[in-house]
Design a protein around this ligand. Structure first.
Ligand code: AMP
Ligand code: ZN
Length: 462
């Protein structure tokens, strides 16, 4: 599989560095509210990525963290009057339920930040010892970006931005900040009154780890100093991933991630979908409007991950139709396959272009298009050939994580077609075979096939 790498800005072939399993990390959700479908664009694309590797026979190790302590989780748990753990556990449960509804595979390891405080403290101590970090008067500890010449390479910060940060001797104490405030960033935050009970002991006094540090500590614990790929939404490139690289390279040595995979944002009305802008949709919001999680998944994979995708409610209705069409096509193929079952497709046959698209920079819209052309190209197949094509189609569907609706909703049959079919059924009952055949041909002209049963007939679009 070829995939664009944010760091080198090149398309690169992916192969597990240890020759056996592809080990990758995804920054997980901050559990302080429901994840919105923008977040899920990122998680669903990461899921397709993993499925494509696994469909190719590559074993994976997928690690994704849960941010269960940071500025936002503490603030909102207090507003809710709940202990931090109780508050974040509730949102974590909801996140898992949404992931399941969206058919996202559970990561193999899903570590939480609170459970890994000792590992984070140990990493800070190492950074201080090696001269990459320093304690400020209030007991907070900062990473000295000046001590890491490669700082800024991932996000391609220019020298002006870097110089600005360095000359200002600025420090960022909050977890999130913008690119124009390149600054020494916080590794350990000294306890403040508003933190309530949420603090831990450390060599620098009471406090809690900064957000960027948790990923570095989890990665070290579960993937080591070198691993195959790191991923998140594009907003994480700076400062989060830049900071992760600095922390990890300076403490563990090694190269950190060999490849960087970033997913562009889901937009609404031309703006980023985000909680702070109040323009977000959750799965629950969309379910209340009658849309299934599978329709949402279809919409999310309907755009290429390197391009912004504008979300509209209409796109969900289009997704419903597309899924119904695919289901219908699959059923027709199954009917023509008859008894000739193929459990595992050897190659992708008419669905080769769909599979190729996925392997070419995870082109999910190309793969969806390929499903439809694959169906069209297999329309003449029957018996074992149809069975093989069906198995190939199912393999692509599994790679995309799509499950098709069991039954197509009522197929819209135009009035004149219905009337003609009724007339033909009556002619048949009257044993007027000539009329019946003429009407069958007329229906075929209009694109409909009639199948006669003992009790009635079935109309199928061709
Ligand atoms: P958070 O819970 O805010 O830490 O975000 C979880 C993941 O969702 C991160 O990888 C973010 O980069 C990603 N994300 C946030 N907003 C969007 C969006 N509008 N479109 C796509 N991904 C997003
Ligand atoms: Zn992270």
């Amino acid at each position: 599989m070829r995939l664009f790498d944010t760091l080198s800005r090149e398309m690169r072939e992916l192969r597990p560095m240890d020759g056996t399993s592809f080990r990758f990390y995804c920054c997980g959700p901050t559990v302080y509210g429901p994840a919105h479908i923008g977040n899920f664009r990122t998680f669903v694309l990461q899921d397709v990525f993993r499925r494509v590797l696994e469909t190719s026979g590559v074993r994976t190790l997928h690690v994704r963290n849960i941010t269960d302590v940071d500025d936002k989780t503490i603030r909102d748990s207090q507003a809710a009057g709940l202990p931090l753990k109780e508050f974040t556990d509730g949102w974590k449960g909801k996140f898992h339920a949404d992931c399941e509804a969206l058919n996202c595979l559970a990561p193999h390891v899903e570590p939480g930040a609170v459970e890994h405080i000792p590992q984070q403290i140990a990493m800070i101590a190492e950074l201080v010892e090696k001269g990459h970090a320093y304690a400020a008067a209030d007991g907070s500890v900062y990473f000295r970006i000046d001590s890491f010449p490669e700082y800024g390479r991932l996000s391609h910060l220019d020298t002006r931005e870097l110089a600005l940060g360095k000359t200002q001797e600025a420090r960022a104490n909050s977890d999130e900040y913008e690119k124009d405030s390149v600054a020494d960033f916080v590794l350990w935050k000294a306890r403040r009154p508003e933190d309530g009970e949420n603090f831990w002991q450390s060599p620098w006094g009471e406090g809690r780890p900064g957000w960027h540090l948790e990923c570095s500590a989890m990665i070290r614990e579960y993937l080591g100093a070198d691993f195959d790929l790191h991923s998140g939404g594009v907003d994480l490139v700076f400062p989060h991933h830049e900071n992760e690289i600095a922390q990890s390279r300076c403490s563990c040595g090694g190269h950190f991630a060999a490849h960087w995979f970033h997913i562009t944002h889901l937009m609404v009305d031309g703006g980023k979908m985000s909680k702070s802008l109040g323009n977000l949709y959750t799965l629950a919001d969309l379910a209340a409007r009658g849309h299934t999680a599978m329709e949402v998944r279809y919409v999310l994979i309907g755009g290429h991950y390197r391009k912004p995708l504008n979300f509209t409610l209409d796109s969900l209705s289009a997704a419903r139709e597309a899924l119904a069409k695919l289901a219908k096509g699959a059923r027709a193929l199954a009917a023509r396959a008859g008894e000739g079952h193929v459990l595992q497709a050897v190659d992708f046959g008419p669905f080769q272009s769909a599979w190729d698209a996925l392997n070419d920079d995870l082109n999910t819209p190309g793969a969806l298009g390929g499903l439809f052309t694959g169906l069209r190209d297999s329309s003449g197949l029957a018996g074992p050939e149809a069975a093989a094509a069906l198995a190939a189609m199912q393999r692509v569907l599994r790679a995309l994580g799509l499950t098709l609706p069991e039954e197509v909703g009522e197929v819209e049959i135009p009035e004149e077609v219905r009337a003609m079919a009724e007339e033909r059924w009556a002619a048949r009952a009257a044993k007027d075979w000539a009329k019946s055949d003429t009407l069958r041909d007329a229906l075929a002209e209009l694109g409909w096939t009639v199948k006669d049963g003992r009790e009635g007939y079935e109309l199928q679009p061709r």
